[in-house]
Write a protein that binds this ligand. Sequence first.
Ligand SMILES: [Zn+2]
Length: 362
Amino acid sequence: MRGRTAVAAAMAGTLALTAAGCGSSGDSEAAGATPPPAASQAPSTRPAPPPKEPIILAFGGDVHFEGILRPRLNNPRTALGPIAKKLSVADLAMVNLETAITTGGTPAPGKQYTFRAPATALTALKAAGVDVTSMANNHGMDYMESGLRDSLAAIKRAKLPTVGIGRNAAEAYRPYRVTVKGNKLAIVGATQVLDDHLIQAWTATDTKPGLASAKDVPRMVQAVEDASKGSDVVIVHLHWGAELEPCPLPRQKELAEKLIAAGADILVGGHQHILAGGGYMNDAYVHYGMGNFVFYSANGKTAESGVLYLKVEDGKVTKDKWDPAQISGGIPIPLKGAQAKSAVQRWNNLRACTGLDARPTG
Ligand SMILES: [Zn+2]
């Protein structure tokens, strides 16, 4: 959330902010409206809530700092390269942090790949304009409970809000709440992807630290219902889908329907390592997979990346925009011109197998 004044410029075209016409408080008096008698008899000392302005949210896919990415953390403030500009222009930017934040811990047994990164990873994300991350994914506890304790301590020190992880289930499923330009957001993170042999060890319970699991559907529904209380917009960041599969699994669609019925306005996430489709389910917005974002081994289709911008007005997504990038050297490099145009076309075509609509239909 840096340099947000540039937001209108960055959204040029489809997402250009319109003049919202949110007048100053006291418009009704200026217009000669007579306040109802009750109001004049009981003067309120409570200030009027700030007007809700349209906001732009930005989402990126999977992030870790393995392999060729690790030396980039020697200069964390520039580690994410030119994509930082694309994140910073949004009113709120979020990514999936697909790694433990620790230099110690015990590697999870039976896993081919275990990811960990030093706390400078959080410095790098903050410097790039990331405002919140989810660690509910199939690498968040790669260094088991001691790695998780280090992660939580690093998150606290870095003051980078992180969802989907906690010292117990209440904490892991609890939303991050923030008010942006008068819009009360509640952001929940959870994973539908866990290695079978680690489900028990990694899922947070009332007495055990861990991740928020979206496999526990009633618990997810409850989390979304709780998040929707006192908020204008409920965002659920989900780690979901099958690797290298561009179309949603039945369990993704079922979960999307249930969470939207419970009050979710935006569902975003990924895990596929390639791009999947997104669009509207009635008046809610769903994105099934944003692909890799900061990822060491990306090439070919797994190097297709980008930033998903969503414009939110009065609690609902009214516009989406895909700003494509190509991962090179582990980091997403924004595409321009004809390359960008064809990437956006491919991205739009991914919607075909999702059952989602290109425009809100609610
Ligand atoms: Zn994953």
